[in-house]
Design a protein around this ligand. Structure first.
Ligand code: 13P
Length: 251
């Protein structure tokens, strides 16, 4: 059975007071919804306080990035076992902001993916094309390159314990959402690419859409057959919006 998931990516937003208000509203708003999984991916310093609010609820927490290295002299980095210490369940790897602004190659992303799985964390692997790549007909080639880096390093079965998020870069934070059909086409392409390697892994693979998902467009995106949920940026910071998006997937 393919799991349905809504993940919030807070990016570099929030503070102790705001986080508590946001989380308590979300906890109340999602109480009792059981057939969808929810997760918030928060900045590192807040793990402890987020853990204390969310433990025992139906909302998991995770990180937005992690080091590919186990431990050592890597100033400023955070390891997978540190995430485990705070009972994180998920970690985003390969977000386009990391690939573009922090020069993470597909190989580095694959190493982070594998490191996360070694300690039982579920990686949320982001893939997606720029506007220029889409306009020059390169979308599928880019997605395949990003996906195959992970499959080559970790094996296709690694996707049994992972989530993929298709996030077209031109739709992130721009208010320009991919149309449901545009998103569906890429999701179907991803699933087909995985199916060519292993059919049952493909059938069970959760593929999220991310990029300007809002309360007013979530339902039509989630209605597409290969869209299993969302990775939500801006709207995950507004409790009523995030709750509405989560409920759109639940219905
Ligand atoms: P927005 O929802 O703000 O477009 O961000 C999407 C995203 O990057 C989630 O990881």
């Amino acid at each position: 059975m393919r799991k349905k998931l809504v993940a919030g990516n807070w990016k570099m937003h929030g503070n102790l007071v705001e986080n508590k208000q946001l989380l308590s509203a979300i906890v109340a708003g999602l109480d009792g919804l059981l057939n969808v999984q929810f997760v918030v991916c928060v900045p590192y310093p807040y793990f402890s306080s987020v853990q204390s609010v969310l433990q025992g609820t139906n909302i998991a927490w995770g990180a937005q990035n992690v080091s590919q290295y186990e431990k050592g002299a890597y100033t400023g980095e955070i390891s997978v076992s540190m995430l485990n210490d705070f009972k994180c369940s998920y970690v985003i790897v390969g977000h386009s902001e990391r690939r573009t602004l922090f020069f993470e190659s597909s190989l580095i992303v694959a190493e982070k993916f594998a490191a996360a799985q070694r300690v039982g964390l579920t990686p949320i692997l982001c893939v997606g094309e720029t506007l220029e790549q889409r306009e020059t007909g390169m979308t599928e080639q880019i997605i395949e390159e990003q996906l195959s880096a992970v499959v080559n390093l970790a094996g296709v079965e690694s996707l049994n314990k992972a989530v993929i998020a298709y996030e077209p870069i031109w739709a992130i934070g721009t208010g320009k959402t991919a149309s449901p059909q545009q998103a569906q086409d890429v999701h179907a392409f991803i699933r087909k690419g995985v199916a060519a390697r292993n059919m049952s892994v493909a059938q069970d693979l959760t593929i999220l859409y991310g990029g300007s998902v809002k309360a007013n467009n979530a339902s039509e995106l989630f209605a597409m057959p290969d869209i299993d949920g969302g990775l939500i940026g801006g709207a995950s910071l507004v409790s009523s919006d995030f709750i509405a998006i989560c409920r759109a997937l639940h219905n």
